[in-house]
Design a protein around this ligand. Structure first.
Ligand code: TXA
Ligand code: MG
Length: 333
């Protein structure tokens, strides 16, 4: 199959909608990461997503909607807290796990009686859902276990020959997957942290961390699978002070290895690395999140053997960043 990358012209959007209606899988941008989308109500279309990604069948998908009315056929009515979350954070980078109606194919939910729903804010994603008139099931557009795709080129790289179309919406704004939450007894449980932070959720209701207390039967099945990994080995540097982190990084430098550094400025000679990216800007954590996965993917193209990254404070967006890099890292020093 020939895989096209097309700009989101009116013609492209109509073509994309037609492909979805014919149960094809396509790549499309959202404000978090790119999605690999298909008609959520077709078991056959959804099974094509799992096949393309080589995704374990026990890992359920997020269903993307354009407006609340679309939920009528697929989920039971939301409770108070869920409604407040939707009002406050939709459209946006938040997925809410709701009770699924039986119309939802079993492969979307991986056999659970719930389904994760997200109303994306990205105009192309919104148009696509609206024009096709479908709810779109879409995991991140990467081969399972690889870093999520944050550009059309990344999607092309992983799925060239497997899907007919990737809609090119430029680089993803947030660069990390959506926050996934579930409401239990009026508590919000964070199943996967993201750009809608704990602090923001706390303004709606009490928040508990979901990942911590579930090892055998995780509330969010996806969290137990290996994730976000480039070919290079990832070394995560931890420390209680900048001085400690800096001295640990210095000790890791090995002239014979192709090493890359990604993170804050630690005043270490950047020529010591084969690849170097300092996060910048007023909000360094935003830059960190936005560029992390694309940096991982660039490292693979440049045959980097080891990526050195460092911890960030687990507050705000830092909580989501740490969640991803702790899962991605091979060694923690
Ligand atoms: O930002 C995002 O969320 C992107 C874009 C494309 O929307 N999608 C994404 O999907 O990251 P995926 O499939 O890579 O991650 C979905 C996560 C997994 O951790 C999965 O286990 C969890 O959501 N999930 C899905 N349905 C669930 C359910 N019914 N109950 C608990 N967790 C669920
Ligand atoms: Mg994913």
């Amino acid at each position: 199959m020939d895989t096209k990358i097309l700009k989101p012209t009116e013609k492209t959007m109509k073509y994309a909608a037609k492909l979805l209606k014919k149960n094809y899988v396509i790549g499309f941008p959202t404000e978090t990461v790119y999605g690999l989308g298909a008609n959520a109500l077709s078991k056959e279309a959804v099974s094509r997503i799992f096949k393309a990604k080589n995704r374990p069948e026990d890992n359920p998908l997020i269903v993307h909607i354009h407006d609340i009315d679309q939920l009528e056929d697929i989920t039971y009515p939301m409770n108070d807290v869920e409604n407040k979350l939707a009002e406050r954070f939709w459209p946006g980078p938040l997925s809410i796990v709701l009770k699924a109606k039986s119309s939802m194919p079993k492969n979307v939910t991986a056999g659970l009686d719930t389904v994760a729903i997200r109303m994306p804010a990205h105009p192309i994603a919104r148009d696509l859902i609206k024009i096709s008139g479908l709810a779109i099931a879409a995991p991140s557009a990467n081969i399972s276990g690889r870093p999520s795709a944050t550009s059309a080129k990344h999607v092309f790289k992983d799925f060239n020959g497997m899907i007919p179309l990737v809609i090119d919406g430029g680089n993803s704004q947030f660069g990390l997957e959506s926050t996934v939450v579930k409401v239990l007894d009026n508590y919000i449980i964070i199943l996967r942290p993201g750009a809608i932070t704990k602090e923001m959720l706390q303004e709606v209701a009490l928040v508990k961390d979901g990942e911590i207390d579930n090892t055998d039967t995780p509330l969010s099945p996806g969290m137990k699978h290996p994730h976000y990994h480039p070919n290079a080995k990832i070394t995560l540097v931890k420390g209680t002070s900048n001085g400690e982190i800096k001295s640990k990084i210095k000790q890791l430098i090995a002239a014979e290895k192709r090493q890359a550094f990604f993170g804050f400025k630690y005043l270490i000679n950047q020529d010591l690395f084969s690849k170097y990216r300092e996060v910048v800007g007023k909000d360094r954590l935003f830059d960190y999140a936005q560029n992390l996965y694309s940096f991982f993917r660039e490292c693979d193209e440049e045959n980097i053997e080891e990526i050195i990254i460092h911890q960030v404070p687990k507050k705000g967006l830092g909580y989501a960043i740490m969640n991803r890099i702790e899962k991605a890292s091979d060694i923690i020093v």
